[in-house]
Ligand binder design. Structure first.
Ligand code: ZN
Length: 710
């Protein structure tokens, strides 16, 4: 048996997490709830069992039983109802808070704010992940639940510091534990202080320690049960950073991976981002990405069907399982309008499991995501300093229709990188020595690296590198000068014949804004770079505005906006400015094209698939031994208002007559391909070699085109 095979059901399971409420748990009919689960084609249902509230007759003192249940054992009833329908049970626990009665007995188990006061939410007090509640009480709860009930999975909600938007913990245990490790007191937030950065890192380590403890406990009493604490990546950084959630730390202590994509202030590509990240981080582990039925934090109001189809579709397109989260199954005061739409989406997935499950990505490009850069370069403003670079790179791949994977910057190895024709570092400022060495090896052995701004200038903890990544590769040295917050600047096209500037016919310049760093290289080339800086054209320095009568470009510098060098057998193309971030912020397709041009210069590059026609889509290509699978998720929605809030997607605009070409293996010999959502076949035209072409008549939220071999 391979190490993960006992949890292999997680790799192919549609799952719903249902949060029970004390007020009406007593009146719930488990047969009805199990039917509800079945109507979503589910393989497993997670439901509340213990922690804040026990929905079973717990014998642990001060583990409060839901009063409305009396002596009823809802867990046992639920498991029996699910078993009749062949649905696996998952226990949902929540260690984030406990009762006043428990606080009166064990105040040292609870989080404290800086004044030493406990932190109250919903009449309960917040508990500390380092304290006895998590590490003794909750371990006993886990042991009791898993000893009594045959749960297949154990899922934890809100196992984190500062849950429910509460302040930093200063409890005695935290203070002693941090001092024992560092000799220092718990610092206040100050990103220029290395002690704060150490504290920030320590929170992630503490959560991983607790995960290891729960995994050990469940292994003692029910090893077949899969442990999978909830986590999040990237978009909800404000939550996961203070919480101490980093999959790089926790993944070794989990049997399955569950990432949540509920918050809707996030960019609409978040589920696809998390699915790509999870798949590359631990491809052998199952799990899923959670879509909420409800619109946070209106827990009873549905997300429009259009948005949730796009949300879940991105996950399916990556061969990762879509999960769904419902707060209770309300009979009153509940918005039912989104249920049927999600049922249909899950039913399509259910009928086409062979298409999506166990498929592997076909992508020649890896985009690096770096939590260390988010924190240790992003500091107090990680969206503007780091995340918008990454988002811009993601937006580039969608806009330019490039299939791509996402890799964790913390886990880069030369072997992993060697699988890709191109690797992109969007301002991946903070990289470890090992990651820099892996990237150097990758390039010297023939790899193609595209990077922006301060990539590789700092170590993972944010200390400036003596030799930067670019220094090691091409001898570049920073001058220490960064020109910040440029406005109304340009990049002049000096060599229109350069393939890096393909597609810009008719313009002499591109827009530039944001920051630019100045560096020196030993090999100053005799001819200028193909793209060079035009300083801001403005009346007063920094104003970004000029009077038209005086608005002239009277100086085009030779400062390169593209540093393009061969290194060993490979190549690096570096942008010492922020085309990813500026492209993302302003929606400049030219800057997306500029980055994509750099990617496409990789040796032997050829787009695995191409899509012609208007619209914003997420393209992915997956393969199995007997088929190739191309998925398109439609992101084309009205949204042309600037409200400062991401507007919910009530409607997707269907796209028509998309012309698609794909490279197929020689074992694909058919003259038709299958459309999974439209449920029909369409004809293909053979092009040269192993390229085929077909026209997708209509793309609603999602379509998958399946090419069966033989
Ligand atoms: Zn604490």
């Amino acid at each position: 048996m391979t190490p993960h095979s006992q949890y292999s059901w997680l790799r192919s399971s549609l799952v719903m997490i249902m949060t029970l409420r004390e007020s009406d748990a007593g009146s719930w009919n488990t047969e009805e709830m199990a039917d509800f689960a079945k109507s979503f084609s589910l393989d497993a249902l997670g439901f509340s069992v213990g922690g804040i509230m026990a929905f079973y007759p717990s014998d642990i003192p001060l583990h409060p039983r839901a009063k409305t249940l009396g002596e009823r054992d809802l867990a046992a009833e639920m498991i029996a109802s699910l078993a009749k329908r062949g649905i696996r049970p998952i226990a949902r626990i929540d260690p984030s808070m406990a009762s006043r009665a428990l606080y009166a007995e064990r105040p040292e188990w609870f989080a404290q704010d800086k004044t030493g006061a406990p932190v109250e939410v919903h009449g309960h007090f917040i508990t500390c992940p380092n304290g006895g509640y998590y590490n003794d009480f909750m371990i006993r709860v886990v042991e009791e639940i898993l000893t009594r009930y045959a749960f297949d999975g154990l899922w934890a909600n809100a196992a984190q510091f500062s849950p429910w938007h509460t302040p930093q913990c200063h409890c005695t245990v935290c203070q002693q534990k941090f001092r024992a490790k560092t000799g220092k007191a718990i610092p206040d937030e100050n990103w220029s202080d290395p002690v704060w950065r150490q504290y920030n890192e320590w929170r992630y380590e503490c959560i991983a320690e607790w995960n290891a403890r729960v995994q050990a406990a469940k292994t003692r009493v029910r090893p077949s049960c899969a442990w999978m604490p909830l986590s999040q990546v990237a978009e909800s950084w404000d939550h996961s950073r203070v919480g101490g959630w980093d999959l790089d730390y926790t993944e070794p202590h989990q049997d399955g991976i569950v990432l949540e994509a509920q918050r809707r202030y996030a960019n609409m590509f978040w589920p696809g981002l998390e699915a790509r990240y999870m798949r590359s981080l631990a491809p052998e582990k199952g799990g899923g990405i959670t879509t909420s039925y409800f619109l946070p934090w209106w827990r009873f109001y549905r997300v429009p069907v259009a948005e949730n189809r796009m949300w879940a579709g991105q996950v399916m397109a990556q061969g990762v399982m879509p999960w769904i989260h419902v707060t209770g199954y309300q009979k009153e005061q509940f918005d039912h309008r989104g249920l049927d739409g999600l049922r249909e989406t899950f039913a399509v997935f259910d009928r086409n499991r062979d298409t999506y499950m166990e498929a592997k990505p076909v992508a020649d490009l890896a985009l690096v995501y770096s939590r260390h850069s988010l924190d240790n370069f992003g500091h107090k403003d990680p969206a503007a300093r780091y995340l918008d670079h990454f988002r811009g790179a993601y937006n580039t791949m969608m806009d330019q229709r490039l299939a791509f994977d996402i890799l964790s910057g913390n886990r880069l190895t030369a072997e992993m990188l060697a699988r890709y024709k191109a690797v992109m570092l969007p301002n991946t400022a903070c990289l470890s020595d090992a990651a820099c060495a892996a990237l150097e090896t990758y390039v010297r052995n023939g790899g193609h690296l595209v990077s922006t701004y301060r990539s590789g200038d700092f170590d993972e903890m944010g200390a400036p590198r003596e030799t930067t990544l670019l220094g090691g590769l091409i001898g570049a040295k920073g001058t220490g000068v960064t020109w910040k917050s440029l406005r109304a600047a340009y990049a002049a096209i000096r060599d229109p014949s350069s393939p890096l500037l393909a597609g810009f016919e008719g313009t002499d310049l591109l827009p530039v804004a944001g920051d630019i760093t100045f560096m020196r290289t030993d090999d100053q080339p005799a001819i200028p770079a193909p793209l060079t800086l035009v300083p801001p054209v403005e009346g007063e320095v920094g104003s970004g505005i000029s009077v038209p009568e005086f608005n002239t470009i009277n100086h085009v510098t030779d400062y390169p906006m593209i540093v393009d060098r061969r290194v060993g057998k490979g190549r690096i193309i570096h942008f010492p400015w922020q085309p990813d971030l500026i492209g993302f912020r302003y929606g400049f397709r030219d800057l997306f094209r500029l980055i994509a041009n750099a990617v496409r210069q990789a040796e032997g590059w050829r787009d695995v698939a191409t899509v012609k026609g208007p619209g914003l889509i997420d393209l992915s290509v997956m393969e199995k031994s007997d088929r190739l699978v191309v998925s398109l998720v439609n992101f084309s929605a009205p949204g042309s208002f600037n409200t400062g809030q991401r507007r919910i997607i009530e409607e997707l605009i269907p796209l028509h007559d998309l012309e698609i070409t794909v490279d197929v293996p020689s074992s694909f010999r058919r003259d038709r391909v299958r459309l999974v959502f439209a449920e029909r076949e369409i004809p293909v035209t053979r092009l040269d070699g192993n390229r085929i072409r077909f026209t997708l008549p209509r793309l609603e939220a999602m379509e998958t085109i399946e090419m069966l071999f033989g």
